[in-house]
Design a protein around this ligand. Structure first.
Ligand code: GLC
Length: 481
């Protein structure tokens, strides 16, 4: 079958829609979200809840199809679940957080929503990404409906403000990035992503941009000034310090360490022996590059994390040159990153002693499984959006074709295992909603590239970035605008 024919495969698409409809959750008679998975064959655990991050791709599809009510209801109800008062009990979620998930509880004919901020999740992981996705989704709603009035309502203005306060609060850290605990995002188990993981930095950037567009300045001058201050610093920091390509690897390889004070070039004191430079030398294509997984004191996590890299392209955090290089890397390392199911959550897997120490011997995250380099169909929509943004749509078309040949038949698994993504995930749920919507949304974005505007941003004014860079960056780097 040709790629074009695959893109117009109606049978898989119809099956996907039927499965999506079935996953819709109703609360007091109104649609408010979607189940994580509708799998009657396996114990529900917490997959009968609506996860904020999982709902994003469903919401975008609903917005595209004009079904704005479910998205509006979702935004209104989740906003009500956000703690509004300062919390004295340190075991309770802090003011401003949005839960990881919620579920409808019926009690004597009365319905209410129960939020989960990680208290019921494995390992009590904090959902930092939820509040960021919530703001990004609110902006997508505003763009799709051309109606700012929802965002301008006092409750919404307050909700955005509280999220900004928790993100921009004074802290012990002195980087423009967000300091977070391990497992605080899509990867919600211990995976060595504490500190300043890329995924959360990119979502933070997009949420700052979205909040800046929606916050009414009057009464919010302090927050607006803080956002204006932070955005260019964050942008310059990621572009400079997270970037890896063969030139950059060469520079890092010859870095001096133990430099003190203002003239230091190796700002984070990276010891080259901590990097798998020999593997990277083989793996990095001549032209491609990517943003590293994490940067901190003597730490450069060189794993490729897909969500962060693709969202950096989509949100315009990466420069045009970097975005093209990221897509080139995906093209050149297709077998590793896409293989037989788009697309790996990260690459490569942690193995052996490193797996044991970093994951704490997590049996679900064994090498080449689940979060530890498993393949997640939901990531397909981000691949499609990034392909559209960089005008490399042949990549997304190819990926959709690969997924389409299997996903429906395999009953929409949550994830796949194996180096090439050929094995249905060992503990994967079937009829996982975001696998369904990842596929549907990828097709919509390809069919109508203008939907990209729901999640993308214009360039930050270059003066803002370069002004910020003067503060922070002392070495000359071609990637700074
Ligand atoms: C797993 C995933 C998480 C997702 C949840 C529900 O915990 O790691 O990202 O939100 O399942 O699908």
């Amino acid at each position: 079958m040709q790629v074009n024919e695959l893109l117009t495969d109606k049978t898989t698409e119809e099956a996907a829609w039927t499965a999506l409809e079935r996953s819709i959750i109703y609360y007091q008679g109104r649609p408010v979200g979607t189940l994580a998975a509708y799998d009657v064959t396996t114990e529900a655990l917490n997959y009968d809840q609506c996860f904020i991050r999982d709902f994003v791709s469903a919401a975008l599809i609903f917005l595209i199809k004009g079904r704005t009510d479910i998205v509006r209801n979702f935004l209104e109800e989740t906003l009500k679940l956000q703690p509004k008062e300062r919390q004295l009990d340190a075991y309770k979620p802090g003011r401003g957080l949005i839960p990881a998930s919620f579920k409808v509880i019926s009690n004597n004919g009365e319905e209410y929503l129960e939020a989960d901020f990680g208290e019921h999740a494995i390992a009590r992981v904090t959902p930092v990404d939820s509040c960021l996705w919530w703001i990004i989704l609110l902006r997508a709603y505003v763009i799709a409906t051309k109606d700012f009035s929802l965002a301008y309502q006092p409750e919404f203005q307050n909700g955005i403000r509280l999220i900004m306060e928790i993100c921009l609060a004074n802290r012990f850290d002195m980087y423009p990035t967000l300091l977070v605990p391990d497992g605080a995002c899509m990867i919600d188990r211990r995976m060595g992503i504490y500190g300043h993981p890329l995924e959360l930095q990119v979502l933070f950037y997009a949420a700052l941009r979205a909040a800046r567009e929606m916050l009414i300045c009057q009464g919010n001058q302090d927050i607006v000034a803080a956002i204006d201050n932070r955005l260019p610093l964050l942008c310059g920091h990621i572009r400079q310090h997270y970037w890896i390509d063969i030139n950059r690897l060469n520079a890092i390889y010859r870095f001096k360490s133990e430099e003190y004070g203002k003239t230091a070039v190796n700002l984070f004191n990276i010891y080259v022996d901590s990097l798998p430079y020999y593997e990277l030398d083989k793996w990095l294509p001549r032209k491609g590059g990517y943003l590293a997984g994490n940067v901190g004191p003597s730490q450069l996590d060189t794993r490729f994390f897909t969500l962060g890299n693709l969202m950096a392209v989509i949100s315009d955090l990466a420069t045009e040159e970097q975005s093209q290089a990221i897509m080139t890397l995906i093209e050149e390392r297709w077998d590793d990153l896409v293989g037989d199911m788009p697309m790996k959550i990260c690459f490569p897997a942690l193995e052996d002693e490193e797996y044991r120490i970093v994951t704490g011997c997590d049996p679900k995250n064994i090498p080449w499984s689940y979060h530890n380099a498993g393949s997640w169909p939901v990531l397909m929509w981000m691949l499609a959006a990034a392909s559209v943004k960089t005008k490399r749509t042949n990549l997304a078309a190819e990926a959709i074709g690969i997924a389409q040949a299997r996903l429906g038949e395999d009953e929409w698994p949550e994830y796949y295992d194996g180096k090439k993504g050929r094995l249905i995930g060992k503990q994967a749920r079937k009829y996982q909603t975001w696998s369904i919507t990842g596929y549907l949304l990828a097709k919509e974005l390809m069919a109508n590239p203008s939907y990209l505007r729901l999640v993308s941003f214009d360039e930050l004014p270059p003066e803002a970035v370069s002004r910020a860079c003067e503060f922070e960056i002392r070495s000359v780097d071609p990637y700074i605008a």
